[in-house]
Each structure stands twice: as structure tokens, then as C-alpha cells.
Design a protein around this ligand. Structure first.
Ligand SMILES: Cc1cc2nc3c(=O)[nH]c(=O)nc-3n(C[C@H](O)[C@H](O)[C@H](O)COP(=O)(O)OP(=O)(O)OC[C@H]3O[C@@H](n4cnc5c(N)ncnc54)[C@H](O)[C@@H]3O)c2cc1C
Length: 435
């Protein structure tokens, strides 16, 4: 049984190792100079919601069969990863809605690579797959790889190329739906290669193509290295009032714990940016081990625009110098403060802890949305078999794992690393069982 895997992030590495354990002959193709994908920039938390009702509540439009698969297979998957030499840092996630574990990304990637190679698997770095081969009956029979001898024949192909976050055209078309470009908060190579190749062979796209997971980051001219992606994230919208370029509130800042909804809403604002406005009380707000004030200081250290003032009118003057309409901005905050003080819901409504912005100093931080990964992708069954558009049946020989699998967290957010680990192992098992 010969299995080709396209992509060497956690999904591809998990699929490759699991397939070698099941005695398949494995070739993993990695476009970058070395495997690891976005895992190497991540915080390394591999998690699931604690139960299906919580999963459904947090990602209500997601595919329930895939959510159940993650929930049921994550525990055994984490044990498998540890047995495979994964470098476990903690069995806690620090979030009562979730369970999981934290792994050291670099050491885990190198353990997986060692295991794959010592088990006889082949890893070809610097090698991008381009298209899928198929026989006249429509069975996938391998991949075309222009840079490495043309083609690789296979009984099964597992696509694990990480979705299309880094393809400005696909992101513009499906997600932003207008002018502008989002910064990529991930490695830059997930340009939709697997997604496009599968669609060309008649694959079905999942729900959620217009959604993404990401964070609001310090806006231009902020400058920082990818290794600082976690540290520079501006994750305190819940303590701020977020206004757009028109000086208006545009979203519920406290809609969800991961601030995914706020980030997504920011991607639809004019100019793709917002100002987070805080007072002294908001600056004391805490998200895990950091205060909002510390996150604002980090934004400043990157060169991102941060403005402080002793009063809201002074802040409005300073923001007007940067193009924000002064009177609208002041009216927005007055209306917000009045609604909150009167115990009314502001418009748009606001969830979580709410207080008026009254205590100086007042601070405004310019933030811009960034994309870490796509939510939509290829539709698969609960065995990670890619489904055909015409009849919803599996395309023989074709599987997907990780971010390539779409539709898991529609309407919310879930762990990309759990999708990588669980779907990687599942795709390998299905490929070997079907072969
Ligand atoms: C800063 C940051 C923090 C994060 N923190 C967490 C966290 O704590 N918990 C969590 O669950 N998630 C987290 N994530 C998200 C998580 O890292 C990703 O969801 C996960 O790593 C995706 O894995 P993947 O293997 O599906 O895709 P990727 O990691 O994107 O891997 C895809 C691989 O495919 C390769 N590739 C692309 N095209 C081709 C081609 N044509 N041929 C061959 N190879 C190709 C790419 O080079 C890449 O190596 C974080 C991400 C970032 C950036």
C-alpha cells in the first residue's frame, strides 16, 4: 500500500507516522524547506471542547460528525503523540470549556520526523505537489510534482496542505468579499494547493468558506517577526470599545472568549482596521496571564499606533489627526457610556462584563485583523474521505486532514492542532483500511 501525503504540518506528520505504523509505504511532500507548518509558531495547545453540547454551542454551524470525531479521538490521539515522542509540556489548557494538552512544537516536530524516517517513511522537503492524478474510473492514483521527477503514484493521497489562508485571491473572494488584504498570521505557504486540486477533481467544498480563524494584531506600521505572532496578539477587545474608521461601534466586543467573532467583523470594516479604546479600568482587564495594559505595551513595542490622552475629547482630537471623524467618535462613546450607565444594551449589543469608559487615562490602539487559518475547505466524511460534489460519495483514493478539512468550526472556533492530529491519524487509518 503506497500513500502520498501532501503537506508536512502536524496533520501531514501525524498521517505519515500513523500510515507507516500500519505498514504503508509513505512519501510526505513538504513545500517548505522543512516540515512543521504553523505548528512551529503556535502555542502548542491541542484541545477540544469538554463535551458535544459545548462544542455545538461554541461552533453551532460546524459538522457534528467531525466535532464528535475530535471529541472522541483527541484523548487517544494525545496519548499516541506522547508515545511517538511528542514533547508534552502540560496536561492543562487553562480554559474550563476545553480539555487537552500542550506540546512543545519544535521538539514534537523533530520527534515525529525521526519516527517517520526510522520507520521507513520518506520526507521530501522543498517539494510542492501541484495536481492529482486519476484513472478513467475517477480513482485518485497519485500526484504531479513538477520539481521532483514529475509524478508520484499512490494507492491513496492525503491532502494536508493547510487550506488557503495565504492565498490573497481566495481569501479576497471567499472571506473579505471586497477590497483590502489581511496579514497572514501563519507560515506563508498554505496557498490553497490541496483545496484547488481537489475541486478540480470534482470535490465538494464544505460550509464556512467565508469564515476564518485569526486575531486582531497591531496595525501598520507595526513590524514583528512570525515568532512573535502569539505575543503580539491584541486579545482584549472584551475590555475595550471597538470603533471602525467611521468612528462607530461595529460588533459585540465580548461575543466569544477567543474574540474570533470580533476579528472576523473587523475584516469587514472599511480599510480593514479598528481602534480599541480603553480607559484605566479596561487596561487592568486580564486575559490569562496578561493584562490589557501589557498587551497594549507590546503593540507599542512593535511600532503599532497607540494614542493616550487624559480625556475623551483630547483622544478624539488626536484620532481626528489620523482621519477618524471626531464628532461621530465622541457621539459613539457618549451613547455607549449612557446606555451602560442606564443599564440598557448599547447598539450593537455587548456581551460579558460591561462598564462605561470614564477613568483616565484613555488609550486607543489601532488593530488590524490577521488570518491564521481558513474554516471552510474540503467536505469529508467521518473517515476523512474527501466527498464528491455530484453525489456526496467519497472520491476513491482521496483523503484530507487538518485545516484542509473544512466545516468543523463554522460559526465559531476550535483547535486547529486537534484537527491536525485527529484527522491526520483518521485519514491514514481510512486510507490503509480502504486500500
Ligand atoms: C501564532 C499561532 C498560534 C497558534 N496557536 C494554536 C494553539 O495553541 N492551538 C491550536 O489548536 N492551534 C493553534 N494555531 C493553529 C495551528 O497551528 C494550525 O491550525 C495547525 O498547525 C494547522 O496544521 P495543518 O497541518 O493542518 O496545516 P499547516 O500547519 O498549515 O501545514 C500545512 C503544510 O503544508 C505545506 N504545503 C502547502 N502547500 C503544499 C504543497 N502544494 N505541497 C506540499 N506541501 C504543501 C505547508 O508548507 C505546510 O508545512 C496557532 C497558529 C499560529 C500561527
Amino acid at each position: 500500500m503506497r500513500v502520498v501525503i501532501a503537506g508536512g504540518g502536524l496533520a501531514g506528520l501525524s498521517a505519515a507516522l500513523r500510515a507507516t505504523e500500519l505498514d504503508a509505504q509513505v512519501t510526505l511532500l513538504e513545500k517548505g524547506a522543512s516540515p512543521g507548518g504553523s505548528f512551529v509558531y503556535s502555542s502548542g495547545y491541542i484541545w477540544s471542547y469538554v463535551d458535544l453540547p459545548t462544542f455545538r454551542r461554541e461552533a453551532p454551524g460546524g459538522d457534528a460528525a467531525l466535532q464528535r470525531l475530535i471529541l472522541e479521538r483527541l484523548g487517544p490521539g494525545l496519548a499516541w503523540l506522547e508515545d511517538a515522542g511528542g514533547a508534552l509540556l502540560s496536561r492543562e489548557t487553562g480554559n474550563p470549556l476545553t480539555f487537552g494538552a500542550r506540546f512543545d512544537p519544535e521538539r514534537t516536530v523533530s520527534a515525529l520526523v525521526d519516527r517517520i524516517e526510522t520507520s521507513g517513511g520518506e520526507i521530501l522537503a522543498g517539494t510542492a505537489f501541484e495536481t492529482l492524478l486519476e484513472d478513467p474510473a475517477g480513482r485518485v492514483t497519485g500526484v504531479r510534482v513538477p520539481s521532483a521527477g514529475g509524478t508520484h503514484a499512490a494507492d491513496a493521497v492525503i491532502l494536508a496542505s493547510g487550506g488557503f489562508a495565504s492565498d490573497a485571491e481566495l481569501v479576497g473572494h471567499h472571506i473579505i468579499g471586497g477590497p483590502g488584504r489581511m496579514r497572514v498570521r501563519a507560515h506563508p505557504r498554505s496557498t490553497g494547493d490541496g483545496f484547488r486540486a481537489a475541486l478540480q477533481k470534482g470535490a465538494l467544498a464544505s460550509a464556512g468558506l467565508d469564515e476564518f480563524y485569526g486575531r486582531n494584531l497591531p496595525a501598520a506600521p507595526a513590524d514583528f517577526h512570525p515568532e512573535r505572532f502569539v505575543e503580539v496578539s491584541q486579545l482584549y477587545g472584551r475590555y475595550a470599545v471597538a470603533v471602525n474608521a467611521n468612528g462607530e461601534r461595529y460588533a459585540d466586543e465580548g461575543a466569544d472568549w477567543s474574540e474570533t467573532a470580533l476579528t472576523r467583523a473587523t475584516a469587514h470594516q472599511p480599510g480593514l482596521y479598528a481602534w480599541y479604546v480603553l480607559d484605566a479600568s479596561g487596561l487592568k482587564g486580564r486575559v490569562r496571564e496578561l493584562t490589557a495594559k501589557e498587551m497594549v505595551e507590546t503593540a507599542k513595542s512593535t511600532g503599532g499606533p497607540v494614542i493616550a490622552a487624559a480625556s475623551l475629547p483630547e483622544l478624539a482630537d488626536r484620532l481626528a489627526e489620523r482621519g477618524l471623524p471626531r464628532e461621530t467618535f465622541l457621539r459613539t462613546l457618549e451613547e455607549y457610556n449612557a446606555a451602560v450607565a442606564a443599564g440598557r444594551s448599547p447598539s450593537p449589543p455587548r456581551s460579558g462584563q460591561v462598564w462605561p469608559l470614564l477613568v483616565p487615562p484613555f488609550v486607543a490602539v489601532k488593530v488590524a485583523p490577521s488570518i491564521t487559518h481558513t474554516v471552510g475547505g474540503l467536505a469529508v466524511d467521518a473517515g476523512c474521505r474527501v466527498l464528491r460534489g455530484t453525489d456526496g460519495q467519497p472520491i476513491p483514493g482521496l483523503y484530507a486532514a487538518g485545516v484542509e478539512v473544512g466545516g468543523v468550526s463554522v460559526g465559531g472556533y476550535t483547535s486547529g492542532l486537534a484537527s491536525a492530529l485527529v484527522f491526520g491519524c483518521t485519514a491514514a487509518e481510512s486510507a490503509v483500511a480502504d486500500g
